[in-house]
Design a protein around this ligand. Structure first.
Ligand SMILES: CC(C)(COP(=O)(O)OP(=O)(O)OC[C@H]1O[C@@H](n2cnc3c(N)ncnc32)[C@H](O)[C@@H]1OP(=O)(O)O)[C@@H](O)C(=O)NCCC(=O)NCCS
Length: 175
């Protein structure tokens, strides 16, 4: 596996993002409510939403959206506490699933989220049925908060607190 880096999504990524959206594993993970209009999504990029493209040695492989769930304009998350972040993540091509890219992507984005000293925790809302993603998040240190229905999607909310992440990263430090 190569090295993963994150960069801001650009307008010239839109055809690639649209193509990834047609992949069965992406459709299965995103549920009924989330049909992305990428031009609109990228134009919304502001202080409370960021769309990042993950590249493996310069090749785009996946996407991560980071929002401030309290400030985000559609208020998808409802009335949540301040100083949180919420993440959506997926790999674009089926051949790239299960190669460790997602672990690298999550590590980068969680480091970036907690780099902001005001951020207390990160939320994520896989579909309840997405047992593999749920296992992946638990391995990354997330804890299950409980089920929540968003629109028609039955999700399992997960949360990773700052202290949990920092302890995990400290334990990984060599020496
Ligand atoms: C979840 C996801 C980002 C993880 O990235 P990844 O590069 O595949 O994961 P890694 O290789 O670092 O880690 C492997 C783990 O990812 C998870 N995973 C692998 N393939 C998966 C898939 N098709 N769907 C969901 N999770 C998957 C599993 O937990 C796997 O562990 P396992 O092999 O013991 O079952 C990626 O699999 C993905 O995009 N899945 C489809 C979309 C999705 O479910 N996104 C999450 C929406 S909340």
């Amino acid at each position: 596996m190569g090295t993963v880096t994150l960069r801001r999504a650009r307008a010239d990524d839109i055809p690639r993002l649209e193509a990834w959206d047609t992949q069965p594993h992406v459709i299965a993970a995103t549920g009924d409510d989330d049909v992305f209009d990428w031009a609109d999504e990228l134009s919304r990029d502001a202080e409370w939403t960021t769309t990042l493209i993950a590249e493996e040695d310069g090749r785009p492989v996946g996407v991560v959206q980071v929002i401030d769930p309290r400030e985000e304009e559609t208020h998808y998350w409802g009335d949540v506490e301040p100083n949180l972040r919420a993440i959506d993540i997926w790999i674009g091509e089926p051949d790239d699933l299960g190669r460790g890219l997602g672990t690298q992507m999550m590590t980068l984005v969680l480091d970036e989220c907690f780099d902001d000293p005001t951020v207390v925790a990160v939320l994520i809302d896989p579909l309840e049925s997405n047992v593999r993603a749920r296992a992946f998040y638990r391995r990354m240190g997330f804890a299950e908060v409980g089920p929540q229905v968003f629109g028609t999607d039955h999700c399992m909310v997960h949360r990773l607190d700052r202290a949990t992440w920092l302890a995990r990263r400290a334990a990984e430090e060599p020496g």
